[in-house]
Write a protein that binds this ligand. Sequence first.
Ligand SMILES: Nc1ncnc2c1ncn2[C@@H]1O[C@H](COP(=O)(O)OP(=O)(O)OP(=O)(O)O)[C@@H](O)[C@H]1O
Ligand SMILES: [Mg+2]
Length: 252
Amino acid sequence: MSEAGIVISQVSKTFGQQKVLDGVDLRIARGEQRVILGKSGQGKSVMLKLIVGLLKPDRGSILVDGEDVPGLSRRGLFRLRRRFAMVFQGGALFDSMTVGENVALALREHTSLEEDEVTERARSALSQVGLGGSYDKMPAELSGGMRKRAGIARAIVTRPDYLLYDEPTTGLDPISSDAINHLILRLDRELGVTSVVVTHDMTSAWTVGERFALLNDGRIVFDGSKEEAQATTDGPMRQFIDGSSEGPLQAF
Ligand SMILES: Nc1ncnc2c1ncn2[C@@H]1O[C@H](COP(=O)(O)OP(=O)(O)OP(=O)(O)O)[C@@H](O)[C@H]1O
Ligand SMILES: [Mg+2]
């Protein structure tokens, strides 16, 4: 029987002359709350795009619930993406549509629900993230934190099995960040999703993560539980946790 969850084996990805991923191995079990850490530019967003099939690896395999993502047909990819939702780094809302329409769009694209049901579910997703009153607002009228929450509403409205968050707290004040972290935790519990949170914010990581991976120089250089991460005394994971420019991780 095929393994449930995401299994990344020996994945490499190069853009032009730049080798971004160089033999990445990582397993994310169903129901896990996984955090992927790494300095800026190490390929964290690229990894998320590989998982959902937005990019193809040069080498290696990516299995989701036993299905080989790079090998999927267009139809297969479309089916796979219905089980995934991605919360993009900047929220990625369409500025010309209301917040409610942005959320409803995901349902219009992926389901054949009746109009009433689409609106009802979009409203309900917005209230789950505390934006019950913002259906008719334009994205430009929202603060950064509200845009992130609207992005989360758009992700959960299709009721995915996997929720991938790309830097959900970057650029937010500590209070709004904490609210987003607790929202992620609550959604994990309420929706029973497998979540993958890419971040370099350790406060966020400790709040939302149960397993941690650190991506550096194209490879996973740490993979372990929260307790194992907390207990590391040296090496790249300890340096990353402490936010020190001295150690095996190069600042530039
Ligand atoms: N489509 C692309 N074409 C060319 N280069 C790309 C592409 N996507 C990513 N890269 C390069 O790959 C590297 C990793 O990018 P990525 O966005 O995954 O970093 P990141 O770890 O998410 O960083 P950050 O924390 O700043 O978001 C960068 O050097 C980037 O320029
Ligand atoms: Mg990124």
